[in-house]
Design a protein around this ligand. Structure first.
Ligand SMILES: NC(=O)c1ccc[n+]([C@@H]2O[C@H](COP(=O)([O-])OP(=O)(O)OC[C@H]3O[C@@H](n4cnc5c(N)ncnc54)[C@H](OP(=O)(O)O)[C@@H]3O)[C@@H](O)[C@H]2O)c1
Length: 271
């Protein structure tokens, strides 16, 4: 795929709100035709109406990407409407709270269905179309995918799985010139009522975040677009994220010591 965006077609999973919606808006501003996705039809249609103020070339597909055949329908809808696919952003993901000792095993099922199967299911049917356009597959990961963190084992391992998946596809699709990117996102602003999976497997609403201390969804969206334009592999966001990535690769035991010293902060956050 060439670097100029006008005329390109993008599917963004989980784009009714949050980071996915911000990516859809920024891509639409750059002339890309957009396929929105989410499970809640009302929220999705509201976002579609907002996007239509930027571009007429937008459709909304209400499907759950943790389901393989629903994901096939998502890619088919993009092809039926726009005739091709240039960019697939696998953005769907849910976090969790709780140490391994206190987890209901269902937490792992929920997190992996959403974060891993939800990223693999759309990728498989998209590959034949992305080969034709020499397009991009991007995985929205997290700084939590750099190393295992206390109280976040299911989330960290699901995001680490995305790295392995991305590495495999990069090698497999090199001959077809598909770009594969991985965005390691830091703590970002969240929308009202964003949920996480609690230790007992139920969904709980997250507390609002201090906007001064976190990235905006627009910053994440612009970094994602830069990753696609430059056809980069890994983009790591925030200064602390870059430091963490560097330190974990070179001094993993030092990082472990620092985390152990600050364990109380992780315990506070997981409440
Ligand atoms: N926010 C952060 O601080 C942060 C930090 C690091 C990484 N990330 C990563 O960034 C990504 C987006 O996070 P976010 O904070 O923007 O999330 P969010 O506000 O909860 O938005 C998630 C979006 O995905 C949709 N969705 C969820 N499950 C789905 C499914 N199975 N099928 C289809 N759509 C689904 C949701 O709509 P419906 O509920 O209507 O389906 C919603 O539109 C995630 O992968 C997350 O792990 C976020």
């Amino acid at each position: 795929m060439k670097n100029n965006f006008p005329g390109k077609v993008a599917v963004i999973t989980g784009s009714a709100r949050g980071i996915g919606k911000a990516i859809a808006i920024e891509l639409a501003k750059q002339g890309v035709s957009i396929v929105l996705n989410g499970r809640n039809q009302q929220r999705l249609l509201k976002t579609e109406t907002e996007l239509k103020k930027i571009t007429e070339n937008v459709i909304a597909v209400c499907t759950d990407v943790s389901d393989a055949s629903a994901s096939q329908n998502l890619i088919k809808a993009a092809i039926d409407k726009f005739g091709k696919l240039d960019i697939l952003i696998n953005n769907v993901g849910v976090s969790m709270r709780g140490t391994m000792a206190e987890l209901n095993p269902d937490v792992y099922r929920k997190v992996f269905e959403s974060n891993v199967l939800g990223a693999v299911n759309p990728t498989i049917p998209a590959i034949p179309f992305l080969r034709k356009t020499k397009g991009s597959i991007v995985y929205i990961s997290s700084l939590a995918g750099i190393r295992g963190l206390p109280g976040l084992s299911a989330y960290c391992s699901s995001k680490m799985a995305l790295r392995a998946i991305a590495e495999s596809i990069r090698l497999e699709e090199k001959k077809h010139d598909i770009h594969v990117g991985l965005i390691q996102v830091g703590i970002t602003e969240i929308e009202h009522n964003k949920e996480t999976v609690s230790a007992d497997g139920s969904l709980m609403v997250l507390q609002p975040r201090d906007k001064a201390k976190v990235q905006t969804t627009e910053q994440v969206a612009l970094a994602t677009i830069k990753n696609i334009k430059k056809r980069k592999f890994i983009t790591t966001l925030t200064a602390i994220g870059k430091l963490n990535y560097f330190m974990q690769a070179r001094f993993p035991m030092l990082v472990e010591k620092i985390i152990l010293k600050n364990l109380h902060k992780f315990e506070e956050k997981s409440k």
